[in-house]
Design a protein around this ligand. Structure first.
Ligand code: ZN
Length: 70
């Protein structure tokens, strides 16, 4: 599930939200000030592809972000 980053236009708080594809961001609130005036930022999910730690237990251990297997 993609992780989206939002930033509050009121207080500048950044927060991340897990959303299904196509799901509306309507109703999202800033966790800091409860404002609904938030803007979507570039997806950190897309930005971190290849860099984020892969879930361990994946078929190929060498792709696990923590390493440890040689
Ligand atoms: Zn805020």
């Amino acid at each position: 599930m993609p992780l989206y980053e939002y930033q509050c236009r009121v207080c500048g708080k950044r927060f991340e939200v897990l959303q299904r594809l196509g799901e509306s961001s309507a109703g999202l609130q800033c966790p800091s000030c409860a404002s609904t005036d938030v803007e979507k930022r570039l997806s950190t999910f897309a930005a971190k592809v290849g860099a984020a730690p892969a879930p361990c237990g994946a078929p190929s251990p060498s792709s696990c972000g923590t390493g440890g297997f040689t």
